[in-house]
Ligand binder design. Structure first.
Ligand code: HSE
Length: 401
């Protein structure tokens, strides 16, 4: 019998207890022994929940109990999660976390401590919720050189963009509706500004290339400026607009960004709608492989956390190598990244656009007074240098076709 502790009894933490209870027998068979939750750490009490007799408010109780060999961290944020997780590892307890902020900010250090101690720090649920992507990257796609990762990594923004596409509504309107339905937080900044996806692509990229990528180095643009008119242009091109976390290696340089992009129906990520997430990984031998599923939600995320617990129990006192060195990987300056752009300007500057840009493809969405067009592939710097002189510039969205 293995005893574990769960830090944080919110949506994911209570989901972990639910998954362990619901599938207890199957999980015990797969782990090789039964798993019992000995403690739940939370500031609150839960008098109407059978968990109450396991609730503790003092972390030291867990840290000092040698019977606890695995700690599940589902608190979110880095304070106090980082301190508690580090202390758990130093006390010889493996840790399984769903916390992307923690992994993106302190993953390198926590992986190293687990390695030194001969235990494990697992974080399957930190990216893509219930979608298996961390273990596949670390254990299955090991024969390939990863050329590109492209992912819809945030359910809230995918829900909003899907609604905008279907209903022709504006961002603010759909955001309010999403908040009412509980698909967007009261403070939606981390999702709609792309910060959440940024941490997730930083984690995936660190794993894919085996060295630390700082999330602060990744260019991040959210969806707050996307409008109903942009979707009319997208529709005229049989395209849709999604926000992607993207990283790729070209000529030894690593490029990474989070940004909205237009994609067409032949892209396998085109039909990933609503709160679903999907990640397309391109290997030099394997080609494209796609992972699809629920990127958030209580049971789905908890299922991924419990899969880590099973792995931790199967590897008690044996470190599973995670290829993620402390050595920092430089991300190439955004100016050097090559992209194709969809651009909207006032009709009065149409001829100037035709002169200034090498080759342009007009896009007609029937919107009066403006000119929409696609550029050819060019560096971000070249694009910005040209567009800076346009007085009627409205917007630009990168194009993934
Ligand atoms: N806010 C996140 C999302 C939750 O919408 O995807 C999962 O990390």
């Amino acid at each position: 019998m293995i005893k574990i502790a769960v830090l944080g009894y919110g949506t994911v933490g209570s989901g972990v207890v639910k998954v362990l209870n619901t599938n207890a027998k199957k999980i015990a068979k797969r782990a090789g022994q039964e798993i019992e939750v000995k403690y739940v750490l939370d500031l609150r009490d839960f008098p109407d929940d059978p968990i109450q007799n396991k609730v503790v408010h003092d972390y030291e109780v867990i840290e000092k109990d040698d019977e606890v060999s695995v700690v599940v961290e589902t608190m979110g944020g880095t304070k106090p999660a980082y301190e508690f997780v580090k202390r758990a590892l130093l006390a010889g307890k493996s840790v399984c976390t769903s916390n992307k902020e923690l992994v993106a900010a302190h993953g390198t250090e926590l992986i190293q401590i687990a390695k030194d101690k001969g235990i494990n720090f697992f974080f399957e649920a930190s990216v893509g919720g219930g979608i298996p992507i961390i273990r596949p990257l670390n254990e299955c796609l090991t024969a390939d050189r990863i050329e590109q990762i492209n992912g819809i990594l945030n359910g809230t923004t995918n829900y909003i963009l899907t609604k905008m596409a279907k209903e022709g509504s504006d961002f603010d309107e759909v955001l309010k509706e999403a908040q009412k339905l509980g698909y967007a937080e009261k403070d939606p900044t981390a999702d709609v500004e792309g910060y959440d996806a940024c941490r997730k692509i930083a984690i995936l990229t660190s794993l894919a290339y085996g060295a630390q990528v700082d999330y602060e180095d990744i260019y991040t643009e959210g969806i707050t400026k996307i409008t109903a008119e942009d979707f009319r242009y997208a529709s005229a091109m049989d395209a849709s607009i999604k926000i992607f976390g993207t990283s790729k290696k070209i000529g030894g340089k690593l490029y990474a960004m989070v940004a909205p992009q237009m994609i067409q129906a032949d892209n396998p990520l085109y039909s990933v709608n609503d709160v679903f997430n999907a990640i397309c990984v391109t290997g030099n031998m394997l080609g494209d492989v796609m992972f699809y599923g629920k990127g958030a939600g209580k049971e789905a995320t908890a299922s991924a956390v419990v899969s880590d617990v099973v792995d931790a129990v199967k590897h008690l006192n044996q470190n599973v190598i995670i290829f993620w060195d402390a050595q920092k990987q430089e991300v190439a300056p955004m100016d050097e990244m090559e992209n194709r752009f969809f651009v909207r300007i006032g009709i009065s500057e149409k001829e100037k656009a035709e002169k200034e840009f090498d080759e342009i493809e007009p896009v007609d969405a029937g919107i009066e007074g403006e000119f929409g067009f696609l550029t050819s592939k060019m560096t971000e710097k070249a694009f910005h240098d040209i567009i800076a002189s346009f007085e009627t510039f409205i917007t630009r969205i990168r194009v993934g076709f």
